[in-house]
Design a protein around this ligand. Structure first.
Ligand code: GLU
Length: 297
């Protein structure tokens, strides 16, 4: 079935085989030959780490792999005002609170709960009195905005989504998640960072809706982000895509490539004389772009 899919890299390092697999998967599932759309989105809200040379290298690598995508490409740092509007809407619903904690403060909480993604925010600033929060805001103290998950889910109820891929836990099909499940995985996520009026979760849901993405394809490592993104979609009245979480490419030692820096990049492979056809074949795709085979899950 033709879909609108996207490959959404952050331009803060070179692409490696894990990215190539993600991009090829998204393109194959779009099925452009039968009317689907394949988009590339540059996720550069972390302006301190994003670099124009990495962005240029991303386009170079994707073209080398034989991919074609629609232009103009959406670059998140060009749209901070749009994210601010979504943030205002969430504020209007009373589901956000300012968080003044530093990473160190959070890591220093001895009994902080842990989820599959590490420490879950222990809710320190959720318990601040309104007077105290206002005083700190008036002082101009740097703060993020967090989603008050309990309040948010009192409005949305449990969330549901259709999974067409291979999630890290459970099976595919319709997945439902209630407050307890979200509280035990990601908790009160940041929706606006201290430095920019958005966060990974907020920009992704705004953009996926705005770009008409029908099937969100991404690695299993982002599976636990999906329920909280579903909550944001419901709060903002956005359409709900389906989700395809795919396997992660690992090196011979079983380590995830996606986390590795300084390992073998697509540029390194190319410099060693490896061809795009060989990369495609190694990842389970047809060596020739025109006859892209569906990915192996
Ligand atoms: N930008 C994210 C990454 O680099 C992917 C976002 C998504 O697919 O939702 O891992």
């Amino acid at each position: 079935m033709p879909e609108t899919t996207r490959f959404a890299p952050s331009p803060n390092g070179p692409l490696h085989l894990g990215h190539a697999f993600a991009a090829l998967t998204a393109a194959a599932l779009a099925d452009v030959a039968h009317g689907g759309r394949f988009l590339v989105r540059i996720e550069d809200i972390d302006t301190s780490r994003a670099r124009p040379e990495f962005e240029a290298a991303i386009f170079h690598d994707l073209a080398w792999l034989g991919l074609e995508w629609e232009t103009p490409v959406r670059r998140q740092s060009d749209h901070f005002e749009g994210y601010r509007a979504a943030l205002d809407r969430l504020e209007g619903l009373g589901v956000l609170y300012p968080c003044f904690c530093t990473r160190r403060d959070i890591e220093g909480v001895l009994d902080a709960p842990h989820g599959p993604e590490g420490i879950i925010y222990p809710g320190t600033c959720r318990h601040l009195s309104a007077v105290e929060a206002h005083a700190r805001l008036a002082e101009g103290r740097p703060h993020a905005l967090r989603l008050d998950l309990a309040r948010a889910m009192a409005l949305t109820g449990p969330v549901r989504f259709v999974e067409t891929g291979t999630p890290p836990v459970g099976g595919g099909g319709e997945i439902a998640a209630g407050h307890a499940a979200l509280a035990a995985t990601l908790g009160d996520v940041v929706v606006a960072r201290k430095d920019v009026p958005t966060s990974y979760h907020l920009s992704v849901v705004v953009d996926d809706a705005l770009q008409g993405v029908t099937l969100v394809t991404r690695g299993q490592d982002l599976f636990f982000a999906t329920p909280v993104q579903r909550v944001l979609q419901d709060l903002l009245g956005l359409p709900v895509p389906r989700y395809h979480h795919h396997r992660l490419i690992r090196d011979e030692g079983g380590e995830r490539l996606a986390k590795r820096r300084g390992g073998e990049t697509l540029g390194d492979l190319r410099a060693r004389g490896v061809t795009a056809a060989q990369v495609r074949a190694r990842l389970g795709f047809s060596p020739h772009p025109a006859g892209s085979a569906p990915p192996t899950p």
